[in-house]
Each structure stands twice: as structure tokens, then as C-alpha cells.
Design a protein around this ligand. Structure first.
Ligand code: LUZ
Ligand code: MOS
Length: 751
């Protein structure tokens, strides 16, 4: 089945937020952000902006009828700056004018005087000063302290990985207008319609039923619109409500890059102990998460870092701590992988360092420690249906890893200015929101009298193809042509109290809710057919738009059945509610069974490095991935390729930099380099582990959104290996991203 959105996307017919036809009297908002990263506001003068041509209003914290609080998990973030500013670009005021141009011009006339305070951008410094967003957490298993003595070698080190800009094609935006009787209608480019609704209600002092949020589709999100679409949406709602006129905000690329949070940079100290047979006996790590100026989703991200801090390995003795540090940069937020990539980068660094010490390829250590059936994760869950060994075996069988290693060694021995490097990157990723209470969803299905079908769920389409998967579920259950199905916008008045479309779980949660609704409807339709045919419902089957009785045609088609059922006064609408069974987590002991299942896979990444210039190419990405019973191979392959590329970008070229005053130095695409077509691997071969998927995955098709991202981590270690081949005196420093600039420095570093 094709992705029904594809043709409309590629011909420009899909409507995004900015394509909503402008209503009469629409106004446009531009946010005035703090010019300082940390300080006390002494005075704020908006009079110049208010007097400017075309300006209708300038709003600040004092215009908020409800609470100046947009915190998602904890109430530590304001819509407009209060007495202090905590990061450069933090919203201080909103200018609303007849045009965006007028608003932007007027915003330049706002004067704010700030008593400067020292900004902190380094999470280790923040920790020292006691600036934590939430209390630190530790996951423990076995007895690390005792285990060090059983190790033949113990290695310590430090690993650092950087931030990452989401760079969704569609920047943050929202369009709101006043509804009936004080209600407000918000169109938002958000992954979390319910969060927007809840926070808008809080800020406007309205009950939630007076706030309607509608989402057609997003031009990309990657986690960047799980929490951070909210402030823009709520500002349009505030202005629309106060002015009783439609108000739209679309962030410029520069504002978006400066004002919104990114993937969290982490800095870590690790210690790893092995026996001579390459078994990891003990692992401990302390990770400093750079959370930015407010909690946002950092507490949940910290949790996923802990969950995935031993990646696809079984290590009997572990102790991993994460400090979530408050710094003066924009609040960092969800980004594909949600803390897991950072945790995995640290353990992979520890393994790479141990491998260098033991003079074996890291692969030997990785392989010796793969999780096995019934091993226990640090967090108490027993590992079932473990596929990591099989993924590796298939990868090795198809691509002959030792031969790749030999080829590379042979190439490197030629002594040219080129070097090659290779790394193996296994992945184990848990599926479910780590917060158990978020794992539920609802669906609403209408069958119309002509047999066409309308479906609403809590899932937000952001390019990942969830709508195609939902259509597939309904078309399969009713056995009708998918062309009969329309997936409606995500709207809080049709499907309420939704979790964000996130955690790779959008299809699993909403698809299973939809399956429940469709099965209930199909049951009623079979009853209707049975009564028309004078037989029992278990003799009836819906097949390929026809009603069959005991497998034989009956002359009744879907198109005839539906109006008949309607005349029989049978309900043609249905709700489904799904909550993931089995899962739980007890934070007081940090143990439980938080994930419905795990996704596994293994990649080999090879790079070709030009040692004169420091430039490189990703040559090959070879993957065996555990898709389960893949219900949409085209979409899942797209997620694989996009995820891998995004991971490679994070690890090798995308670098977010701040100066020591907290000013972002990389706020445009001329200073922040993202992968382009030339960065794509020359060869990318992705194979499926052909194995039945788990019952808790939608139609046994495993979640695909985030797991592929982490294969990209292999590119970092492949590059590091290539550099080491050219410059054996270099001591690898586990400092990502490995940009061409850093590569060049390390190629000629003579310590
Ligand atoms: N969002 C969230 C996520 O709120 N909880 C999660 O566990 C999660 N995991 C991955 C991505 N987004
Ligand atoms: Mo997320 S990182 O919004 O799944």
C-alpha cells in the first residue's frame, strides 16, 4: 500500500499550517526575545513598538489572564519572562501587527534594560554550583564496587556529545482565532495537541473544553514539537483571545534556531571493567545532561538515558547516574532517540577505549556481551525475544564483517593520504513511553451511508507515515479499498486527552485503538449481514468489499451493506480505547517492566577519510534490522534511511556552539552544517531480520521511528578508527561531533 500522502506532498497540495487560507482581519505576531542569556530585567519599554505603524498590541507577562506557566512536566517555565531572563532569545514580549513585516520592525523598537548575571552553559559547572533541574537519578544492578576486583582490566574515560538542531522543514507556528462564547480555536504545528490545549487553558484561565486544538499535519518534528510547539501556539491563543481577532505566528528560521531547545548535549565520566575473555563485568558512569534553562522534557529524557545506558549488552554490575543540569541556554527537549543516543554513545565510547587498550576491534567486545534471552535489564525487565545475536549473525553472514575489516586494513596499509575506518553499531531500544501512564490512545471511526470511512485518532502525521498505517489497519479490518478511507485531522474535540505522538509509539498506540474500534464495527456489520441473509454472524466474512457466507459470494457488497445497516438503525460510528497491557515501573526502586517490547538491530558503518583535508565520506551503511512483520516496508525503509542519516549528521557534522555569554553562534544554515545529498552513504543496504514480531506491536509490525537513528553512532567510531590508522599517536577523545575541523586537528595531533 502506498503512502496516500505522498502524491499530495510532492505536488504541493498537502495543507500545512501556513497554507490555511487567512481569515479576514488576521494579525501576525513576532516574538521579542531576551538579548541577554542571564540577568534581571530592570525595565522594559514597549512604547516605541506600540506606536509603530501597523502595530495592534504588544503583550507581556502582565497581559496574561491566567497563569504565566507553560511547564510540561514541572512548573518552572514562563510564557513571557518574569523578573529574570534565563537564556538568550527567551520570549519577553509579543508584538502583534497587520503584517509580519510590521511586527518584526516594531519589535526592534522594544527597549529592555537588564542587569547582567553570569551565564552558565557547561553542565559540569552547573552541577558544581548546585543548579539541577530535578534530583539526580541512579540505576543500579549487581554490585559494581565488588565487581571491579574481579576484572582483569579497568578503564576510565570521558565522553562528550553535542546538541542537535531539529531542523524540521516547517518552523514552529500556530494560527488561532476566537470561537463562540469566549472559546478559542488553535491550529498548531504540534506533536501534542492536548498539551497545547491544557497549557492554553491554564494561561487563558479557561476550562479545557473552551480550547479546541486542530492539527492537520506537520512538516517534520523529530521531537522538536513534542513540547516546544506549545509556547508559540499559546501566544497566538492569548493574542487572539485578548484582541478577538485571528492571530498567526510563524517563527523565522533564525528565531526558531535561537529560541527553541535542541537535543541535549551530555558530558560523561565512565569506568568499565572486563575479564580477559572480553566479558564486561562492571560499568559505571556519571552523565551530566545539559538541560538548558527549564525542565521541559529533561526529566523524561534523563530517564531514557538511564534505560538505554547499557545499549544491547548484558552487564551484570552497573551503576549509572544522570544529573540533569540547569544552564543558560534554551531548554533542551525531545529529539528522536530521547536521551538514548547519548547514553549509548557513552557505553560505546567505553567499549572503544577498552578495545584500544586490549588491541582488539571493538566488535570483539560488543559481540561477547550481547544480551541473551532472559537476561535482566538494569531496570528489572526480563529480556524476551532478544534478537541482537541474530541480527549480528545475519549481518555477518551477508556482509562478511571480517572481510570488510581485512579490506580496510589492506587499504590503510597502502600508506596513501586516504584512510578507511569501520565500526559496528548494535542497537536495543525500548518501546513505550517510559512514563507508563502515557501509554494509551483513542480512535473514533465513522462509516458514512455511502460506505466511505472517516477516522480520527490522537496520532499526528508529521511525515512519518502514521496515517498510511492507520488506513491500512482500517482497510484490513473491513477488507475494503483504502481509497474509501479518510484520516481526519487530529482534533481535541474528536479525540480527547491524547498523549503526544512520540516515543516511536504513535502507530502502536493509536493503531491498536483503531483496531479495537474497527473490530467492534465489523462485528455489528456482520450481524447486520447475517440478519439480511437469515444466517448466523459467524458464517459471515467481509472480504475484498464483499460479504461472504461460509466463504461463498452472497451478492451483498460493502456499498450495499452499509446503507442497509443504516436503515436497520445500526450504529455506524465507534470508539476504541487502547492501553498497553503488562507495563509498569516503580521509581522508588527504579525497577519494573517499562517497555512493551524492544527493537533490535545491528549496523556496520564504513568511512573514507581524506587525511590531507580532514574531509570524509560515509561509504557503506549495512544494517540488519528487526522490523517484525513489517506492515509497510516503504514507509519503514524511509524511516530507516532518514534515521541513519540524521544520526550520522549528529555524530559527524552538526555542531551547536555558544559563546561564553550564552549567545548561539550557529543560528543559521551557513554556520550549522546539516547532512545533504552528498553526505548520504554511497551504499546503504538494509535487510530485515525475518522474524515474527511481538503481539504488542501493531499487527506485529515493530515501532520504527527512533531506533534507526542510533545506527548513525557507528559513523563516529568509524571515523575515529580511520584517524587512529593515520595517526597512531593520537589518543581518541570520544568527543562528538567529529567535524572535519576536529578530524583535521586530530590527524596531526602529536601528543
Ligand atoms: N516522549 C516522552 C518520548 O514523553 N516519553 C518518552 O518515553 C519518549 N520516548 C521517546 C521519544 N519521546
Ligand atoms: Mo519524540 S523524541 O517526540 O518521539
Amino acid at each position: 500500500m502506498k503512502n496516500p500522502e505522498a502524491a499530495n506532498h510532492s505536488t504541493g497540495r498537502s495543507q500545512y499550517l501556513d497554507d490555511i487560507p487567512a481569515l479576514k482581519n488576521t494579525l501576525y505576531g513576532v516574538i521579542f526575545g531576551s538579548p541577554s542569556a542571564h540577568g534581571r530585567i530592570i525595565s522594559l519599554d514597549i512604547s516605541g513598538a506600540l506606536a509603530a505603524t501597523g502595530v495592534n498590541a504588544v503583550f507581556t507577562k502582565s497581559d496574561i489572564p491566567g497563569k504565566n506557566d507553560i511547564g510540561g512536566i514541572i512548573p518552572d517555565e514562563t510564557l513571557f519572562a518574569d523578573e529574570e531572563v534565563h537564556y538568550l532569545g527567551q520570549p519577553v514580549a509579543l508584538v502583534v501587527a497587520d503584517s509580519e513585516y510590521a511586527a518584526r520592525k516594531a519589535a526592534k523598537l522594544i527597549r529592555v534594560s537588564i542587569e547582567e548575571l553570569e551565564p552558565v552553559t557547561d553542565p559540569r559547572v552547573a552541577k558544581e554550583k548546585g543548579h539541577l533541574l530535578i534530583p539526580s537519578r541512579t540505576f543500579r544492578m549487581g554490585d559494581v564496587a565488588a565487581a571491579w576486583n574481579e576484572c582483569d582490566i579497568v578503564i576510565e574515560g570521558r565522553a562528550d556529545c553535542g546538541a542537535q538542531e531539529h531542523l524540521y522543514l516547517e518552523t514552529q507556528g500556530a494560527y488561532s482565532w476566537p470561537g463562540d462564547n469566549g472559546a478559542i480555536i488553535i491550529h498548531s504545528s504540534t506533536q501534542s495537541p492536548t498539551l497545547v490545549q491544557k497549557v492554553a487553558a491554564r494561561v487563558l484561565a479557561l476550562p479545557m473544553n473552551m480550547v479546541e486544538v486542530d492539527v492537520a499535519r506537520l512538516g517534520g518534528a523529530f521531537g522538536g514539537k513534542e513540547d516546544q510547539a506549545t509556547f508559540v501556539a499559546v501566544m497566538t491563543a492569548l493574542a487572539a483571545s485578548l484582541l478577538q481577532r485571528p492571530v498567526k505566528i510563524t517563527l523565522s528560521r533564525g528565531d526558531d534556531m535561537r529560541m527553541t531547545g535542541k537535543r541535549h548535549p551530555y558530558s560523561a565520566d565512565f569506568r568499565i571493567g572486563l575479564t580477559n575473555d572480553y566479558r564486561i563485568k562492571a560499568y559505571s558512569a556519571v552523565l551530566y545532561q545539559n538541560g538548558g534553562a527549564a525542565a521541559d522534557l529533561s526529566p523524561a529524557i534523563m530517564e531514557r538515558t538511564l534505560f538505554h545506558s547499557t545499549n544491547a549488552y548484558f552487564i551484570p554490575n552497573t551503576e549509572v547516574t544522570v544529573h540533569s543540569c540547569r544552564t543558560n541556554i534554551p531548554p533542551n527537549t525531545a529529539f528522536r532517540g530521547f536521551g538514548a543516543p547519548q547514553g549509548m554513545f557513552v557505553i560505546e565510547s567505553a567499549i572503544a577505549k577498552a578495545a584500544a587498550e586490549l588491541k582488539v576491534p571493538a566488535r570483539i567486545i560488543q559481540q561477547a556481551n550481547f544480551l541473551k534471552e532472559n537476561d535482566v535489564f538494569q531496570y528489572g525487565q526480563v529480556a524476551l525475544d532478544v534478537n541482537i545475536g541474530e541480527c549480528f549473525a545475519k549481518l555477518d553472514g551477508e556482509f562478511r564483517i571480517e572481510e570488510i575489516e581485512k579490506e580496510i586494513a589492506e587499504f590503510n596499509s597502502r600508506g596513501t593520504i586516504y584512510r578507511k575506518g569501520m565500526a559496528l553499531m548494535p542497537v536495543c531500544f525500548g518501546i513505550s513511553f517510559t512514563k507508563t501512564s502515557m501509554n494509551h490512545a483513542r480512535a473514533l471511526v465513522h462509516i458514512y451511508q455511502d460506505g466511505s470511512i472517516g477516522i480520527s485518532t490522537g496520532a499526528v502525521e508529521m511525515g512519518q507515515g502514521v496515517n498510511a498505517k492507520l488506513a491500512r489497519v482500517a482497510a484490513g479490518t473491513f477488507s475494503v479499498n483504502p481509497a474509501r478511507i479518510k484520516i481526519e485531522t487530529t482534533n481535541t474535540t474528536r479525540v480527547a486527552n491524547t498523549s503526544p505522538t512520540a516515543a516511536s509509539s504513535g502507530a502502536d498506540l493509536n493503531g491498536n485503538a483503531l483496531l479495537i474500534a474497527c473490530n467492534k464495527l465489523a462485528g455489528r456489520l456482520k450481524e447486520a449481514a447475517a440478519s439480511l441473509l437469515g444466517c448466523s454472524a459467524d458464517e459471515i466474512r467481509l472480504s475484498d468489499e464483499k460479504v461472504l457466507r461460509n466463504g461463498e459470494p452472497t451478492g451483498i457488497t460493502w456499498e450495499k451493506l452499509i446503507p442497509e445497516a443504516f436503515l436497520m438503525r445500526i450504529a455506524l460510528s465507534e470508539n476504541g480505547h487502547y492501553a498497553t497491557p503488562v507495563i509498569f515501573f516503580d521509581k522508588s526502586v527504579e525497577k519494573g517492566h517499562p517497555f512493551a517490547y524492544h527493537v533490535y538491530g545491528t549496523a556496520v558503518v564504513t568511512v573514507l577519510l581524506d587525511c590531507l583535508r580532514g574531509t570524509y565520506r560515509t561509504e557503506r551503511v549495512l544494517v540488519v534490522h528487526d522490523f517484525g512483520n513489517n506492515i509497510n516496508p516503504d514507509i519503514d525503509m524511509g524511516q530507516m534511511e532518514g534515521g541513519v542519516m540524521q544520526g550520522i549528521g549528529w555524530m559527524t557534522m552538526e555542531e551547536v556552539l555558544f559563546d561564553n555569554r550564552g549567545r548561539m553562534l550557529t543560528d543559521s544554515l551557513s554556520t550549522y552544517k546539516v547532512p545533504d545529498i552528498y553526505s548520504a552513504p554511497e551504499t546503504s543496504e538494509i535487510r530485515a531480520l525475518e522474524k515474527e514480531g511481538p503481539g504488542l506491536a501493531l499487527m506485529k509490525s515493530k515501532a520504527i521511528g527512533e531506533p534507526p537513528f542510533m545506527y548513525g553512532i557507528g559513523a563516529y567510531f568509524a571515523l575515529q578508527n580511520a584517524i587512529s590508522s593515520f595517526n597512531p599517536s593520537w589518543r581518541p577523545d570520544y568527543n562528538a561531533p567529529m567535524t572535519p575541523e576536529k578530524v583535521l586537528m586530530r590527524l596531526y595531533d602529536k601528543k
